[in-house]
Design a protein around this ligand. Structure first.
Ligand code: PLP
Length: 284
């Protein structure tokens, strides 16, 4: 879709591939800070008030990417209210909806959508099955879905119908649900293991809040430690880790933090990874 001149508010830190998609459509992106409760809605409102180009806001409220925080109820209601008052489209990326370990499942923002508010809810099978399975889904008002389908058709006439049918069968016969349940159990255990290892080995250098779900831990470094330097030294030992600068719109003052994924590593691999990570720590 081409939206020259439009402005989309995005979380900062956030998901760079989403920014690329907005830019590829001709829009500009503007960063809104994220805190322990998700995107700062007061800052968003300020932008909406002062910038008439603002058309939408892209959020990951279930587990904010990359910081993993869950947006609380009050913040969600404020976000819906600001979107309604300023006519903003909310793009809700619920990429890891299946992975909630603690407490009750969280309803998407889109579940509260009413007809006076446009929410584009998008999900992916990347985290549930495999990133190579290029299938996702969207729930949105009909006029937006029609536009999305038209653009998609122009790019790639009909998508991958055999794959869609195969997955529909697996959804209907309960296979996907069983798989999700099992994956949730496995990832829950991996989260707990990574949290324990980080607590035992790195509590003098870094802090984290245990994420209530998802696929990664956001590890914040203590003052004086550089995540980039640490990442370079880990790479030399064969470990690839993502420092905060990867997730920031501006490189001047990136978060001194890491998004450490636990889901793809078994117990042995996780233990080894944290071993290497600890060894790679630069002297502050
Ligand atoms: C924030 C976020 N959204 C969406 C996705 C899924 O993207 P895709 O469905 O294109 O694989 C990912 C995967 O890494 C992600 O991290």
């Amino acid at each position: 879709m081409a939206y020259p001149g439009a402005l989309i508010a995005v979380e900062r830190p956030g998901y760079p591939l989403a920014w690329s998609a907005f830019r590829a459509a001709g829009a500009d992106v503007i960063g809104v800070p994220v805190d322990g409760g998700g995107i700062d809605v007061d800052a968003l409102e300020k932008i909406a008030r002062t910038n008439g180009r603002l058309r939408g806001v892209y959020v990951t409220p279930h587990h904010q990417y990359p910081t993993t925080v869950t947006m609380g109820v009050a913040r969600r209601l404020r976000l819906l209210d600001v979107a309604r008052r300023f006519g903003l489209v909310i793009i809700e990326d619920d990429y890891d909806n299946e992975y909630r370990f603690d407490g009750r499942p969280i309803l998407p923002l889109a579940a509260r959508a009413q007809s006076d508010l446009a929410i584009i809810y998008i999900g992916s099978l990347s985290k549930l099955l495999a990133p190579g399975i290029r299938l996702g889904y969207a729930v949105a008002p009909p006029q937006i879905l029609i536009q999305m389908a038209d653009r998609r058709e122009a790019l790639e006439r009909q998508g991958d119908l055999p794959l869609e049918h195969a997955l529909a069968d697996l959804i209907e016969d309960g296979t996907i649900k069983r798989h999700a349940r099992k994956a949730r159990r496995v990832y829950h255990a991996r989260r707990d293991l990574m949290a324990r290892l980080l607590g035992e080995r790195l509590s003098e250098d870094a802090q984290f809040t245990l994420p209530a779900g998802g696929l990664a831990i956001w590890l914040r470094l203590n003052d004086g430690l550089s995540a980039e330097t640490w990442a370079v030294s880990a790479a030399k030992l064969g470990l690839s880790v993502m420092p905060g600068i990867h997730f920031d719109l501006e490189t001047m003052k990136p978060a001194e933090a890491f998004r450490l994924g636990f889901a793809g590593l078994d117990e042995h691999e996780l233990t080894r990874a944290i071993d290497i990570f600890e060894r790679a720590k630069p002297s502050s």
